[in-house]
Design a protein around this ligand. Structure first.
Ligand SMILES: Nc1ncnc2c1ncn2[C@@H]1O[C@H](COP(=O)(O)OP(=O)(O)OP(=O)(O)O)[C@@H](O)[C@H]1O
Ligand SMILES: [Mg+2]
Length: 244
């Protein structure tokens, strides 16, 4: 995808869940964490899935991120089914097309900030000079130029999450999935992170799906879906419609 200062939205489905079901074995019983979820994200969407603890948000995100496979149902990425892909093919899709942001930042403590952001590119054939340029550009974008040589333990929580956002963006993904990105941040810092994500959505046309139980995140969404007991219960459209 060409990055630019505007977002051309063609309505193509980036991600689709069809009848997604996930059961975890627990003793003699199974826990049904997802119970037939249908969901489509189109290019340029900023969707938030909101639900209480235990409602299946992380389970759903892991299925959509192609990290874990559903018990039943199908995840389509760019309109192609993924259930028959090999682990290697899934890994390639994840690497090239999906960025992930987690509640706990998941930075590698022994690596510097710049090395953390560069890390996804080491798994690709991106030449060294281009890697450096892209890391510098992404750090600048999240407001952390000049922090490249620091280590994660020398940053506050909001800065760590900014590094995680820069890392999620560095491979120029079509889609960013975020699991409770504000949960470990104070409300002012959480607001800054959400504003950053929103700017990346409108400025770069990256599709965002955020799962959270934090009500302050809902104000940033174009679409708010509610999940309870592993089922999507409803959807509310918010904000101005995107230009076609
Ligand atoms: N590996 C597992 N084994 C067994 N049960 C699991 C496993 N992972 C999740 N569950 C169960 O599946 C349900 C959904 O869990 P999930 O982590 O997706 O919820 P969540 O909405 O992300 O909650 P939170 O807001 O607390 O992060 C819960 O009942 C949970 O106990
Ligand atoms: Mg969770």
């Amino acid at each position: 995808m060409q990055r630019g200062s505007f977002c051309y939205v063609n309505g193509a489905a980036v991600l689709e869940a069809r009848n997604l079901t996930k059961e975890y074995p627990l003793g003699k019983e199974n826990v049904r964490a997802l119970d037939g979820v249908d969901f489509t994200a189109v290019q340029g969407d900023f969707a938030v899935i909101n639900g209480p603890s235990g409602s299946g948000k992380t389970t759903l995100l892991n299925m959509l991120a192609l990290i874990d496979r559903p018990s039943e149902g199908e995840v389509l990425f760019e309109e192609k089914p993924t259930s028959r892909l090999t682990e290697g093919e899934l890994a390639l899709l994840r690497r090239e097309k999906i960025g992930l942001v987690f509640q706990t930042f998941n930075l590698i403590p022994v690596l510097s900030v710049a090395e953390n952001v560069e890390y996804p590119l080491l798994l690709t054939k991106t030449p060294r000079g281009e890697r450096r340029e892209r890391v510098a550009a992404r750090l600048d974008e999240v407001g952390l130029s000049g922090f490249g040589k620091r280590h994660p333990d020398e940053l506050c929580g909001g800065q760590r999450q900014r590094v995680a956002v820069a890392r999620a963006l560095v491979a120029q993904p079509r889609l960013i999935l975020a699991d409770e990105p504000t949960a470990n941040l104070d409300s002012a810092t959480g607001k800054q992170i959400m504003e950053l994500l929103q700017g990346l959505n409108t400025g770069h046309c990256v599709t965002f799906l955020v799962v959270t139980h934090d009500p302050s995140v809902l104000g940033y969404a174009q679409r708010v879906l509610t999940i309870r007991d592993g089922r999507i219960q409803g959807e509310e459209k918010r904000g101005a419609p995107r230009p076609a």
